[in-house]
Ligand binder design. Structure first.
Ligand code: CXF
Ligand code: ZN
Length: 362
């Protein structure tokens, strides 16, 4: 089958091959025909070493498709079901799952680092984050396949699997933004736009979008931002909309020390600083011991939107059906399998017309 292979960490392009196979589904696993995959910034971060990943392997971690085959013991799925796939399949029994934090379930996430999901001849290939959705088929643990209604387009469903759960989840689950709040969002890619849409859904009265790429400002406004500015312009907008107090909620959706520090600086005393951006393990952020206590700000990490993937996937799609989340408008480019490297290149350049590119796999 076709798959986009990352031969080595540091490679700038993927090897588009047609001779990759999947492993066979074991007990409690399912084989899925991937029909659509989003291109997420974390795929680039896997390629350039920002985020941990194994090579050789197949990247892509935001996908949707159709169940082809179920292993023994799989009860909630049948061939033909439409599903999204999750990079954190919740095991249901570990302490994280039992305390209601399934996004932190380590069981399958850790196994993904020792269990190849594909083969290229005799060579085992890993699947990025346990998935590898830039392939025509994937084999995943059954709890990582989330059933969706068959009338949801695969491209729309795919977005929910990572970017939308991560961004909207950060607002609704992690921060629990209250109606009337003031919100600033640093970074207006696919996840940043999802944070903006989540803030609109939560009833925020002010949503300031910040991105150095000015071409993204009008896009951010289309999805609910009330103001949009470059990082240099943020101070003036803050003065204007919060009377210098700062924002109730500041979301970093970049993951750089500078943007995290800016989120802190722009939150009001007592406000919340929410870290959504996926940064490097060795990038350090500085806070003084005094400011940490004196300003009473809450620093909230948000991994996978603190989502309950089996609860929140359907919830996001209900918002979409109700017209409260514009998922289709987020798809700025529809690509074919052969265009994956072009799509990654556009994302790397911070292209103005890229919010989410979706690859139709088949
Ligand atoms: C990432 C987090 C690390 C694993 C892959 C997905 N989140 C969003 O892109
Ligand atoms: Zn992602």
């Amino acid at each position: 089958m076709r798959a986009a292979v990352l031969n080595a960490i540091g490679d700038e392009t993927l090897d588009l091959r047609d001779d990759v196979t999947t492993v066979d589904p074991g007990p409690h696993e399912v084989r899925i025909r991937v029909r659509a995959s989003g291109i997420c910034h974390s795929d680039l971060s896997a390629m350039d070493g920002t985020l941990p990943a194994l090579a050789p392997g197949v990247v892509g971690h935001e996908g949707a498709g159709e169940v082809l085959e179920i292993g023994s013991g799989v009860e909630h799925l049948a061939p033909g079901d439409h599903v999204t796939v999750s990079f954190v399949p919740p095991c249901g029994n570990c302490p994280s799952c039992l305390r209601g934090e399934p996004n932190l379930c380590p069981v399958h996430a850790i196994a993904a680092f020792s269990t190849p999901r594909f083969r290229l001849g005799d060579q085992p290939l890993f699947g990025y984050a346990g998935l590898g959705t830039f392939a025509e088929e994937v084999v995943v643990p059954a709890p990582g396949a989330i059933k969706v209604d068959p009338d949801v387009p695969f491209e729309t469903a795919a977005l929910v699997a990572c970017g939308v759960l991560t961004g909207v989840g950060a607002v609704l689950n992690t921060a629990r933004v209250e109606p009337g709040s003031t919100v600033v969002v640093l970074g207006c890619g696919g996840v940043g736009i999802s944070v903006i849409q989540g803030a609109r859904l939560a009833g925020a009265s002010v949503i300031v979008a910040v991105d150095p790429v000015t071409g993204k400002h009008d896009i951010a406004k289309r999805f609910g931002a009330t103001h949009a500015t470059t990082p240099e312009g943020l101070e003036a907008v803050k003065q204007q909309v919060t009377s210098m107090e700062g924002f109730d909620y500041a979301f970093d959706v970049v993951g750089h020390p500078g943007t995290i520090r800016s989120a802190w600086d722009n939150a009001r005393r007592g406000g919340s600083v929410v870290i959504v951006g996926a940064g490097r393990g060795d990038a350090m952020v500085q806070f003084s011991a005094q400011e940490l206590f004196l300003h009473d700000k809450k620093i909230l990490g948000s991994f996978y939107g603190s989502a309950h993937v089996h609860r929140d996937t359907g919830r996001m799609l209900k918002f979409w059906r109700a017209g409260l989340l514009d998922l289709d408008g987020m798809i700025s480019k529809r690509l074919g399998f052969d265009d994956i490297n072009t799509g990654l290149g556009l994302l790397r350049e911070g292209s103005t017309d890229v919010i989410r590119q979706v690859v139709t796999i088949g």
